[in-house]
Design a binder for this molecule. Sequence first.
Ligand SMILES: *Cc1c(COP(=O)(O)O)cnc(C)c1O
Length: 428
Amino acid sequence: MLNLTKEMLMNTYDISEEVFDLYEKALTDVKDEFAYYDEIREFNQLKVLKALQDEKISESHFTNSSGYGYGDIGRDSLDKVYANIFNAESALVRPHFVNGTHAIGAALFGNLRTGDTLLSVCGMPYDTLHDIIGIGDEERVGSLKEYGVKYKMIDLKDGKVDIARIKSELENDHSIKLVHIQRSTGYGWRKSLSVDEIEEIIKNIKSVKPEVLVFVDNCYGEFIDKKEPTDVGADIVAGSLIKNIGGGIAPTGGYIAGKAECVQQASYRLTVPGIGGECGSTFGVMRQLYEGLFLAPHVAIEAVKGAVFCARIMELCGFEVLPKYNDKRSDIIQAIKFNDKTKLINFIKGIQHGSPIDSFVECEPWDMPGYEDQVIMAAGAFIQGSSIELSADAPIREPYIGYLQGGLTFDHAKIGILIGLSKLLKNN
Ligand SMILES: *Cc1c(COP(=O)(O)O)cnc(C)c1O
């Protein structure tokens, strides 16, 4: 069986014997990791199934409202299903969020006021949040900064969140209203924060200032653990529907979950005060949002398996990777340090060549809105830019770290990675 696959892979994609040997070795090495994630998948599948059943979801929830969208039962019930899954008072799940950044922006703008301080405790937040917060030299029109919301940041210390500094900041600066925690690595070289670590941070924050709100950027983290940040005291979380929780089926959108008051404040920034989440027609996407959620625990773990396999095979090839294949993960991202621009670009081009869509395209670095450096992205996806589908991207800056994530099926992730690696080795 394996030999037939081998022959097909080698003939179809010109994958060398050398890469194939690494592939077999890597697959053997990751067996225990896969068993660990299978258990998480099973647990979360049950959690999602139960939430759908508790809410008595039926065909009539696959609504197709128009106009104001008053009383869209499919939309309002999906909010309840998400709230149940997140163990939260309330949730706001909307195709009207254009992406994860938008959902995060609504959560921040909704819950901060002039004179408040936003404190980031994981170092620099994800690139697309800089314009929201107003980080950088130029005047950022429309940013929190322009509205008089101040910003402070605590760098990681030896790759860890600096709890002592957080406590002293909270004791000394009474304008801190909201603490921002980023679960995933983003474009950084650090490990994702486990939900247990997030719990520890939150306990410490609340021990000093129980009234400070804790916001967690949950992008890429959903269903990689049995718990979510809202299970351990986060007041509000947000993320994208074209990452883990949309299961590769949701065509667009974002979500927010947490304390009812916080979610309502955020809803006023998605729409306007007085309207919040009560308007917004759903154009027939509800079935996809439900089905995607149902598949998400499975798909997220397929993607994690791709990341684990990628870590192992790249490591066998001599590259430094983060996390290592046997590190416990809290997101689906695999960072690989290439230390070389050409190697990085060739690997990412290889992922594109292994995609089901646009496999014939040569991706190139370009200036993307919201990002400071040029970015190269391999994204041969059914849904534009969906990064729960196999994708790889990198800001073009030293030391040339590439980020791989997604894979609706592990079989596909594996093939994409083999093609990327072959292309890299052949061109160097
Ligand atoms: C993807 C991501 C976001 C939001 O990105 P969008 O592309 O706007 O969905 C925010 N934070 C982190 C850590 C992310 O990975």
